[in-house]
Design a protein around this ligand. Sequence first.
Ligand code: AMP
Ligand code: GLY
Length: 433
Amino acid sequence: MRILVIGSGGREHALVWKIAQSPSLETMWCAPGNAGTERERIPQSGRTVENVAIGAEDLDGLLAFGKAHKPDLTVVGPDNPLALGIVNRFEAAGLRIWGPNQKAAQFESSKIFSQEFMERHGIPTARAASFDQAEPAKAFARELQGQCVVKADGLALGKGVLICHDPGEADRAIHAILEDRAFGEAGSRILIQELLVGREVSLHAFCDGNSYHLFPTSQDHKRALDGDRGLNTGGMGAYSPTPFLTAEELLEARRQILAPWQEGCKREGIDYRGILYPGLMITAQGPKVLEFNARFGDPETQVYLRRLETDLVEIMEASIDGCLREVSMRWSEEASTCIVIASGGYPGSYPKGKPISGVSDADQLDGIKVFHAGTRSQNGQIVSSGGRVLGVTALGDSLESALDQAYRATQKISFDGAFYRSDIGAKAIEAMS
Ligand code: AMP
Ligand code: GLY
């Protein structure tokens, strides 16, 4: 089989690494990929993965590549190409592609669409309203005593969400998104949700248009600094499983969230094939949905794919063909964790092109796999090229041993300005002891 993977982050390196193990694989391309994807080797053919210099949002370029090389399967990592309708365009050209189509991807590309869908189908979420004018928006925020979250409707590189604690803060957030267009046209409409309090966890489910397979639980760490301080980021580290979602809560999430979501999709003619990744807050009233994503989470994918024992290509094929019920997903009993090493300044501006050392030393440690995110090769040297640079993953008999090993490996890696959180999984360890 010949497979094209689209994207260039830690999630895509993890996808490339896992897909490379598929018994049916001969050739793999990654567009545009990173220094890690092009170092992966396909055991069956002995070939390395080839990076192709086409950006994940260059749909014309990707389609031209697809038509020229005819991959048997294309796998989409990030949200933007899905929102732009890459799945519809590949399918129209007779090319097999995995991911939700443009209508289905609206669960992520429009927060207002998602909110209204949840309200139509009785899915527990925050109290909310949507606006395209500042004055009524400010009035609604005052009704919530300013304890609210102001969200740009569209995609904004994961940044279009402002958390507010008083009416003044809410007014400024509304002004910034709606009037100053801080997130561009993504903010021409906004969603204001009440501020929910509780523990945040991620769910992932493979979907095939008729049924879904739920993954084990995981937890990300969104804030940049230890103790959940600092700015929101794409995610600074993750681990799986998490003790913060009990078996009963997971059952409740299936009953109250996934079942009505699936039924709602059927009733509204939404053919959802791909990953559904709901972000949940476990509140005193039970799990509530903060948002839906239409793709694999990052860094969650890095911890999940270390635990997944089943051939990923087999599951993706079943997800496209509507026969997920015929495959089972087997997960290792081991705990899995990922520590993200970021560039100094992230999630604000940061320098690029810093030479990175110690990756292969780290990779040689027991249970370790280092996934690349913002890296590229420059004359054979790996240099930084993004905010989140590497994801150091470890498997272990317990969360504690996985974390110990991951931090041991992380310490071997260095580049100018590198930083990472030193408390990934710490609250889970505390809760379990
Ligand atoms: P989103 O992109 O919608 O998931 O929002 C980004 C982050 O903002 C989430 O991961 C949460 O930490 C936080 N957040 C979003 N919505 C809410 C809410 N209604 N209440 C509290 N925190 C929220
Ligand atoms: N881990 C956060 C995200 O993928 O959106």
